[in-house]
Design a binder for this molecule. Structure first.
Ligand SMILES: Nc1ncnc2c1ncn2[C@@H]1O[C@H](COP(=O)(O)OP(=O)(O)O)[C@@H](O)[C@H]1O
Ligand SMILES: [Mg+2]
Length: 386
């Protein structure tokens, strides 16, 4: 993506989206005399017919050339947030946008019809929401600008260096952001804070904070915002990655099953549930101990990893999510998913003694009738039997 940067005056292009083919949108920062505005330019309704014949690369080029030509200085931009500029073709020229001098390229069909484009300005309801840092917050805080990115390991997580130590940084900003994601991250911070010091659960290091990224005027005072949190880094990959690779299984799966089962029981004892137990939410530390991550209890879930009765609950309450189910039902789906996890491990191992033991406990945890399933405590006791 072209990055056009001039700190004093100019456009800094951020993400471009073109989900529906003919409805492109471009997010950018408009810098003008030391002030900066975040803007999302979107076309509401279909583009002129010429656009439809173009390939996606050319369409993007034409759209970005058009965005560059807009005179943003003439528009009533909103301070300290993201302004959306929704454009639609009309017959009259009220509220139309102005094209900058020297950019009136008639070969660009969007610039050519700019005088007929009606523009509606509003705050972007889909902007990333960064919560402000409460003064009473007693967790350690790390300045985002002091963290050096090492590697992007997932859309939401990157490894970073701080004072020569490596951490996992989970961010609120992510490629496909939904407004609820901020709430999920705050929930995760709360749960992690409550579970500090417990074995086999990811350990919270602190919050990541920065100046409000949307701040318009650098000299105004505004509270710092939370951009995410730091976790201890567990360097041996997730179980999902381990299962994909050739891996010599020995007694480790029993140890992992015990560690994850114990972590889950700690959560349940504190009135919490996980609701997204699956191989990608278990990582291994340097000594190959299993550690449970992604503990918000409210984030995403995978249909196939929900118990049959939780699936039925969601089907009957289409507006609902597992997090809204009663506590007992949530505990029960966690145990069911844990059984499925043991079964996945057993399949990887094959028909050895350990594989058969894991499979038989998995079967007992995932019986069709909830009342006939064994409890998590029973499963842990069976895993501990020699
Ligand atoms: N503390 C960590 N150490 C090592 N890898 C991690 C850590 N936290 C997350 N990851 C990696 O990032 C991925 C996504 O993290 P997760 O917290 O599950 O985010 P999401 O909510 O997007 O699923 C994990 O599957 C794992 O591979
Ligand atoms: Mg996850």
């Amino acid at each position: 993506m072209p990055e056009k940067t001039d700190p004093l005056c100019g456009l800094e292009f951020k993400s471009f989206q073109d989900w529906n083919g003919d409805r492109p949108s471009q997010t950018l920062i408009f810098h003008n005399n030391c002030s900066s505005w975040w803007i999302k330019v979107a076309v509401d309704g279909s583009l002129p017919e010429q656009a439809l014949g173009l390939g996606s690369f050319k369409r993007r080029f034409v759209f970005q050339e058009f965005v560059e030509a807009i005179d943003f200085g003439q528009l009533q931009l909103l301070d300290d947030t993201v302004t959306t500029i929704n454009l639609s073709l009309t017959e009259q020229s009220q509220n139309s946008i102005t094209i900058r001098n020297g950019h009136q390229n008639p070969a660009n069909f969007l610039i050519a019809v700019a005088h007929r484009m009606c523009c509606i300005i509003a705050e972007d309801p889909r902007r990333v929401i960064y919560p402000t840092l409460e003064r009473q917050q007693c967790l350690p805080a790390f300045e985002a600008r002091c963290l050096q990115t090492v590697e992007v390991v997932a859309p939401t997580v990157r490894t970073v260096l701080f004072k020569e130590q490596i951490f996992a940084y989970k961010t609120i900003d992510r490629p496909i952001y939904e407004p609820e994601d901020t709430e999920h991250v705050l929930n995760e911070i709360n749960v992690l804070e409550q579970l500090r010091g417990l074995p086999s659960i990811a350990q919270l290091v602190g919050l990541v904070v920065s100046e409000d990224p949307y701040k318009t005027c650098p000299s105004t005072n505004s509270p710092a915002v939370i951009t995410g949190f730091l976790l201890e880094y567990y360097p041996r990959g997730s179980l999902e990655q381990i299962f994909e690779d050739e891996f010599q299984f020995d007694a480790l799966p029993i140890q992992w099953a015990l560690q994850i089962g114990t972590a889950l029981r700690s959560l349940h004892k504190r009135g919490r549930t996980h609701l997204d137990i699956k191989p990608s939410n278990i990582v291994l530390d340097a000594n190959e101990n299993a550690v449970l991550i992604d503990v918000s209890g409210t984030g995403g879930y995978v249909w196939e990893w929900l118990s049959p009765e939780m699936q039925a609950f969601i089907q009957q309450n289409s507006e609902s999510s597992p997090a809204n189910a009663p506590f007992e039902a949530r505990v029960s789906t966690d145990c069911w998913a844990y059984g499925r996890l043991l079964s996945t491990m057993a399949e990887k191992i094959g028909t050895s003694g350990i594989g058969e033991k894991l499979q038989s406990i998995a079967n007992a945890l995932t019986k069709a009738v909830p009342e006939s399933r064994i409890s998590l405590c029973d499963a842990l006791a069976q895993l501990n039997e020699k």
